[in-house]
Design a protein around this ligand. Structure first.
Ligand code: ARG
Length: 457
């Protein structure tokens, strides 16, 4: 395609290091769509004769059908998907194929193709995240009253409900969806027509190609258009953050599924066994979601480091933008689907969760609050009295609610038998009905709002 200036062909190793076709063949649909829009515009502007444009469009249909049927050949001599498609087009229609590249460069072409690909990737992630939210909200509704310990420092803190806990992840995923939506909005401008770097002398219509490809408008600076990969970084940042959330949930599933916790059981479909230990049931899918988030973050870092020292405009380093993005997208899509499957099918063990909340003195704060509310004791003093009672219960090896009244009145005579109503884990969660609190009434309210936002029946 550029042999005119050269007397000799490239070294084999030059070909190999230069070629992006092994990975950028994933852009074939976008490459054909971009070429179609460009050719149509060239015809409408009278830059290429209508007869040639018709031949090009027919030829592109045929190339597209070939790709769909047989995939894209990895011919390293053709370097990348853009050259591969043009060369195939020439096989189909002959010399007219050579007119397609008028007023275009691979620099604006690849920027356009890649934006189109990332836009589709965002749309598929969006759908996946929404499905995950539906799963979370469905299970949260079922678990709105299921008491479990809430933790700080991974030490039992106060009782919460599993419904509340799952809805925390609903909120995180809602922010992730916002980030992807914002990335899509910023991405949706068309670099086609920037040509190599400076624009073109041909009377092109950039608005027409932008509209044909579903972009809001053309970009406004040709140098920026061919050297900007912010849209890929925006995708990767949103992906890294979403995968971080998935990883935290995955980590909790791993902990909850361990025998000492036993809060959940993963179904066979999302567990694996051990080749030596017959009793094992391992949460590998959760572990891999946790692991993949490290790789996705690595992809983000890879592209940031690739981009950070590049002078304007295009440099070949930018060809390395695609592998990390494709890798991150594949890993994220898989992680979202696996997490959705796990959430849909995980079994919650109400007895184990409740038992852990009771065993961990999780209602100690409720006892202190009761002393403040009912006995009018200053909170600092109430905290101290409660600490003494917890120490006693710990020594006796009983839950707070199982301590005899006399044992408590011996610590402070202002305590009476009304205290017991404050010490149950159910009373504790029911009391926390402040906006966004863990009370089942609040959780159900938020679940209903979420169901409406997700347009669930
Ligand atoms: N394969 C190249 C890439 O992915 C396409 C652009 C090549 N442009 C150039 N002037 N060599 O970045």
């Amino acid at each position: 395609m550029w042999g005119g200036r050269f007397a000799e062909g490239p070294a084999a190793i030059m070909r190999e290091i230069n070629a992006s076709i092994p990975f950028d063949k994933r852009l074939w649909r976008q490459d054909i769509a971009g070429s179609r829009a460009h050719a149509t515009m060239l015809g409408a502007q009278g830059i290429v004769a209508e007869g040639d444009v018709a031949a090009i469009l027919g030829g592109l249909d045929a190339v597209e059908a070939d790709y769909a049927a047989n995939g894209v050949d990895e011919d390293l001599a053709l370097e990348d998907i853009h050259m591969a498609t043009e060369s195939r087009l020439a096989d189909k229609i002959g010399a007219a194929a050579g007119r397609l590249h008028t007023a275009r460069s691979r620099n604006d072409q690849v920027a356009t193709d890649f934006r189109l690909w990332v836009r589709d990737a965002i749309d598929s992630v969006e759908a996946g995240l929404k499905a995950l939210q539906v799963a979370l909200v469905t299970r949260a509704g079922e678990q709105a009253e299921a008491v479990m310990p809430g933790f700080t420092h991974l030490q039992v803190a106060q009782p919460v409900t599993m419904g509340h806990h799952l809805m925390a992840y609903y909120e995180m995923i809602a922010r992730d969806r916002d980030r992807f939506a914002a990335a899509r909005k910023r991405l949706n401008r068309c670099p086609l027509g920037a040509a190599a770097l400076a624009g073109t002398g041909f009377p092109i219509d950039r608005q027409a190609t932008a509209t044909a490809l579903g972009f809001d408008s053309p970009t406004d600076n040709s140098l920026d258009s061919v050297s900007d990969r912010d849209f890929a970084l925006d995708y990767l940042m949103a992906a890294a953050q979403a995968s971080l959330h998935l990883s935290r949930l995955a980590e909790e599933i791993v902990i909850w599924a361990s025998q000492p916790y036993g809060f959940v059981t993963l179904p066979d479909a999302y567990s694996t066994g051990s080749s030596i230990m017959p009793q094992k049931r391992n949460p590998d899918a959760a572990e891999l979601v946790r692991g993949h988030s490290g790789r996705i973050t690595g992809c983000l870092v890879a592209l940031m480091v690739t981009m950070k020292g590049l002078p304007l405009a295009y440099s070949k380093d930018m060809q390395d933008d695609k592998p990390p993005l494709f890798e991150a997208h594949d890993l994220l899509a898989l992680s979202i689907a696996a997490m959705t499957g796990m959430i849909e099918t995980i079994g919650f063990r109400a007895d184990r969760m409740r038992g852990a909340a009771e065993a961990g003195y999780s209602t100690a704060t409720d006892l202190a609050d009761w002393l403040v509310r009912v006995a009018d004791i200053p909170f600092r003093e109430a905290h101290h009295i409660t600490g003494t009672i917890v120490r006693m219960a710990e020594r006796e090896g009983v839950a707070l609610g199982k301590l005899p009244l006399e044992a408590m009145t011996a610590v402070d005579p202002r305590i009476d038998d009304r205290i017991f109503s404050a010490l149950s884990v159910d009373a504790s969660v029911a009391a926390r009905a402040s906006h966004g609190g863990t009370a089942p009434s609040e959780v159900r309210k938020r679940v209903a709002q979420a169901r409406a936002a997700l347009e669930m029946a």
